[in-house]
Design a protein around this ligand. Structure first.
Ligand SMILES: *Cc1c(COP(=O)(O)O)cnc(C)c1O
Length: 421
């Protein structure tokens, strides 16, 4: 994001007002150059160790974003059959795809085995048994990983901390040997990885160091039992700056892990979502109405919790900035959406110049878990998505059309006709 000569906000050389005029609002915008920059920063930091970079598709699954990362050589970390189809459609080679998730159905596992993806990270002993059965029935082999729950706490919002014992995620440490035995018992399965994913928006290295130590012990146990896993998958979670956070640089993040990874003889696999795309995206919105209520100034904008759920779900903080600088005096504003929920807010008490109907605002840091979490609540069409690259832009998903939202719903499914009571 930058201000142009006129002081007006622009992304990658494209004025935000141009997009609002051509595509309307609310619209998500992603800066391809920023995503490339994040990927190359990661690749540079990881150079000292053998590594593989995966992109966690769920953060932003738009095909243009996936295609960009696939062309950069990233693999894909997926969590559903839908993401498998998206990743393949975007051009990720099957062998670069890793399937994570606590509730993979037989149907999804069958599709993953048939597609010959790189690795299925199982999250329970039962899931491993189902994968073995699917492979035996279909006569196909599969490489599996064991995603353990390393029982480490990460200081982040409780809804996005996933590495603590007792949660739904991962194989409990005490069941690791049971998991190995299921793989032993099947001629179709090979153990390729030991994995963890401890949470999201993590700003410290300690939980990674603690988790990695546990993974190394497990690699040792697996080798002792005759397996030859070649990947240590530490998952994702590297935090970004939304407000005043001091996120780790990739080099700082990797530094305390390097020696351990090297001595393990394994390839380090990471699966970052937010870090790669979060800061590269904004949500462009327009003020619908303003009012004063008991001394508070309220701006109702045309992007709500159905477009950007993070404030309502996690009390997440996103910067809101006016697209055109206004000479008006500064004041404090509550920026809220139009959805009929008190939880439908973007930010409270924000220092901004005078706002009025028609003014454009940009909500920053919206590239990850933004559009991906959006919904049609209040029968609102989901936003358009635009990608900007080097001064040019393309619509990469058109705004949904309202009539499409109810296209497949019969108003009278039992044929009662008019007048029936
Ligand atoms: C969500 C997720 C990630 C990515 O998390 P970020 O915080 O976006 O980096 C990585 N691995 C798994 C298994 C996940 O579920």
């Amino acid at each position: 994001m930058a201000s142009g000569d006129s002081g007006e906000l622009a992304m990658g050389g494209v004025a935000l007002s141009e997009i609002a005029g051509a595509v309307g609002t609310p619209t998500y915008m992603y800066d391809a150059r920023a995503i490339r920059g994040r990927h190359s920063a990661l690749a540079a930091a990881l150079r000292p160790v053998p590594h593989r970079i995966l992109y966690a598709v769920k953060a932003n699954a738009n095909l243009a974003v996936l295609g960009l990362l696939a062309r950069l050589g990233a693999g894909a970390d997926i969590v559903s059959g839908g993401e498998l189809l998206r990743a393949l459609a975007a051009g990720f080679p099957a062998e670069s795809i890793v399937f994570s998730g606590a509730g993979k159905t037989d149907e999804e596992l069958t599709a993953a085995v048939a597609a010959r993806i790189g690795c299925i990270n199982a999250e329970s002993v039962g899931e491993l048994r189902r994968i073995a059965l699917i492979c035996e029935l279909s006569g196909q082999d599969a490489t599996v990983g064991i995603r353990v729950n390393p029982d480490v706490a990460a200081a982040t919002h409780p809804y996005i901390a996933t590495g603590k014992g007792g949660l739904k995620f991962g194989v409990p440490l005490a069941q690791f040997n049971d998991a190995l035995r299921v793989i032993d018992a099947s001629s179709r399965l090979r153990l390729g990885a030991v994995a963890m994913h401890i949470g999201s928006q993590i700003l410290h290295t300690d939980p990674y160091v603690a988790g990695l130590r546990r993974l190394i012990d497990l690699i040792g146990e697996a080798r002792g039992a005759g397996h030859v896993p070649d990947l240590i998958d530490v998952g994702g979670g590297l935090g970004i700056r939304y407000r005043e956070e001091r996120p780790l640089e990739p080099a700082e993040w990797i530094a305390p892990l390097c020696d351990t990874v090297r001595s393990s003889g394994c390839t380090l696999q990471i699966a970052f979502g937010r870090y790669l795309v979060g800061s590269a995206g904004i949500l462009l919105a327009r003020v619908i109405d303003t009012k004063c209520a008991e001394g508070r100034r309220i701006a109702v904008i045309d992007a709500g919790m159905n477009d950007l759920l993070r404030p309502a779900l996690y009390q997440a903080w996103h910067a809101v900035v006016p697209v055109r600088p206004s000479p008006g005096e500064m004041g404090r504003w509550d920026v809220v959406g139009p959805v009929c929920e008190t939880g439908d807010f973007i930010g409270f008490d924000r220092e901004m110049p005078q706002l009025g109907p028609g003014d454009l605002v940009a909500i920053l840091g919206a590239g990850a878990y933004g559009f991906a979490m959006s919904s049609n609540y209040n029968s609102r069409a989901r936003a358009a998505e635009v990608m900007v690259d080097d001064g040019t832009w393309r619509v990469v998903r058109p705004r949904e059309r309202l009539a499409d939202l109810y296209r497949d719903e019969p108003a009278d499914p039992f044929g009662h006709g008019s007048g029936a009571s």
